[in-house]
Ligand binder design. Structure first.
Ligand code: UDH
Length: 288
């Protein structure tokens, strides 16, 4: 081939440019509604061809700014999962992330433990890929503005600042619930999340305190970009409000070094790579 022809031929492994700081295809405010039921097969048909097995995506024409694991603590919320997948995958794609979705399912009927499941997600995700950023999300929260970036920032980030159930305002200044992101470095600096908050309540406040005690502050989107819709639901079985949890918060400074990622114990029972997510069923030794 002549020199000219060689230069014209696109080379498949051409080095890609980094993705731009601001993703170019964001649309801003989104229409989100949970009125009609969605089934998983429909969502698979809609999005499956755009994803790699395990609920994984990479921008096709630039190198993503960050490798992000999206971690969701889960049990028996399949209807919510279908909505979440339908809305979040397209948003995360437009945000040009190199990401993968992990559904961490608590095996059995024991008391639920959101923070411990998140710790499991962190460890298991890192076994698969060199993630540098972790977004921890509830399954029932969908952002209504795609400019709310699911990435990591200079400080641990609280993303769910404007939930509809709290009238689109923070319920209190130190609120860190719903959706948050921490880089690997930030997460390790706080020894991960507590493993000992069984049932509903307190674990998000414990995480907030860990962050402050380690000299970091909270990064947040503004209250317009940070709006969320929550799927309405009643309290789950085996996730009752635990009256012992609030009292634990006065000891976080002492307990955070011995209750966290360094003392995490669990048993993986099954890993399934679905088209839309990686599902990890895990025994976390929950009290009944
Ligand atoms: N979760 C599950 N299954 C459960 C319990 C919790 O998947 O059985 C996960 C899920 O990701 C959920 C998150 O843990 O989004 C947080 O739990 P939650 O939704 O129960 O917490 P939230 O504060 O609601 O959103 C509390 C109960 C509200 C009762 C309101 C009655 N009007």
């Amino acid at each position: 081939a002549s020199q000219a022809e060689t230069e014209m031929t696109p080379t498949p492994n051409k080095t890609q440019a980094p993705c731009p700081d601001t993703p170019p295809n964001l649309v801003g405010v989104l229409h989100v509604d949970f009125n009609s039921k969605r089934n998983l097969d429909e969502v698979r048909k809609e999005l499956g061809s755009l994803l790699q097995e395990g609920g994984r995506y990479k921008p096709p024409d630039c190198v993503a700014k960050q490798k992000v694991a999206i971690i969701i603590a889960f049990r028996n919320r399949h209807e919510h999962l279908n909505h979440w997948l339908h809305y979040l995958h397209p948003i995360l794609m437009r945000q040009q992330l190199d990401y993968r979705v992990y559904i961490i399912n608590q095996d059995g009927e024991g008391v639920f433990n959101r923070a411990k499941l998140m710790n499991v997600g962190y460890v298991e995700a890192l076994k698969e890929y060199d993630f540098e950023c972790f977004v921890f999300s509830d399954i029932d929260l969908v952002p209504i503005d795609d400019r709310n970036l699911y990435r990591c920032f200079e400080n641990p980030r609280h993303l769910a600042v404007g939930m509809d159930k709290f009238n689109f305002h923070l319920p209190y200044n130190g609120f860190f619930g719903g959706v948050s992101s921490l880089s690997k470095k930030q997460y390790l600096k706080i020894n991960g999340f507590p493993n000992t908050y069984w049932g509903w309540g307190g674990e998000d406040d414990d995480i907030y305190k860990r962050i402050i005690f380690r000299g970091m502050s909270i990064s947040r989107p503004n209250t317009v970009t940070g709006r969320y819709k929550m799927i309405k639901h009643s309290r789950d079985l085996h996730n009752e409000q635990n009256p012992n949890n609030p009292g634990k918060l006065s000891h976080t400074r002492q307990t955070m070094d011995t209750d966290g990622i360094n003392t995490l114990k669990y048993t993986v029972k099954e890993i399934v790579h679905d088209t839309l997510y990686t599902y990890i069923n895990v025994d976390i030794d929950a009290p009944l």
